[in-house]
Design a protein around this ligand. Structure first.
Ligand SMILES: Cc1cc2nc3c(=O)[nH]c(=O)nc-3n(C[C@H](O)[C@H](O)[C@H](O)COP(=O)(O)OP(=O)(O)OC[C@H]3O[C@@H](n4cnc5c(N)ncnc54)[C@H](O)[C@@H]3O)c2cc1C
Length: 185
């Protein structure tokens, strides 16, 4: 497992988004799989039991309305589609175990990240080993100082990237000023 996140997920026309996805995009690659657990506070056995009870009491509903009041309509439709259950299937024919597994492990294939122009942070940049950690002066290009995203530093959502940009900007700015004045750092 590359990473695990808990929180809100946005379903967009191009795929999934939201803070969890932004954080996962730091490690997920095309070919990775996202496993969604729609009921993280309910274990698999309890989920199956809950669905079995629901089938017993609400089995008169067709599959298409079975999840009403429990799941967003379109998520319910997606679960049924993956389960290969048509919406007119009688509720009494539903398989509690199979549906519980899907609700606890609904898989999405990662085909890539979104449009780079929309990215909040871009990974990569100048290698940190090439810069002095105290002044952020380049070790290979004297007189060059770097700060922020141009360096190979990135963080999770939560203000870490702005914090890095500001803090490293102060350090590099002071380093550059000292260098210009001929004062040792
Ligand atoms: C939509 C969005 C939301 C974000 N939300 C958050 C958040 O909530 N919390 C958080 O921590 N981070 C957030 N970030 C990330 C954060 O804003 C960046 O990591 C941070 O601003 C990087 O600072 P920087 O100074 O390295 O680069 P930038 O802020 O990109 O500044 C680089 C500057 O250089 C200028 N420039 C570029 N090329 C040249 C050139 N050739 N000559 C002169 N000037 C040039 C650019 O115009 C720009 O003003 C968000 C980013 C985006 C896009």
């Amino acid at each position: 497992m590359l990473a695990t996140e808990r929180g809100e997920l946005l379903f967009r026309d191009y795929g999934v988004s939201g803070i969890m996805v932004l954080d996962l995009s730091r490690v997920a690659r095309p070919g990775s799989t996202i496993s969604l657990d729609f009921f993280p506070d309910v274990d698999a056995l309890a989920m199956e039991g809950f669905l079995a009870e629901r089938i017993r009491t609400l089995g008169w509903r067709s599959a298409g309305t079975f999840f009403n009041g429990m799941l967003h309509t379109r998520i319910g439709q997606a679960v049924l589609r993956v389960a290969e259950v048509s919406s007119d299937t009688p509720g009494t024919s539903l398989d509690a175990l199979a549906l519980a597994r899907l609700l606890k492990d609904f898989r999405l294939a990662v085909t890539g990240t979104g449009d780079p122009a929309q990215a909040q942070v871009t990974r990569g940049g100048a290698a940190l080993g090439e810069f002095d950690a105290v002044t952020l002066a380049s070790r290979v290009a004297p007189g060059v100082f770097a700060a922020g995203e141009v360096l190979d530093v990135d963080g999770r959502c939560g203000g870490f990237n702005l914090h890095w940009a500001w803090a490293s900007g102060i350090v590099a700015g002071r380093g550059a000023a000292a260098h210009a004045a001929g004062i040792p750092a």
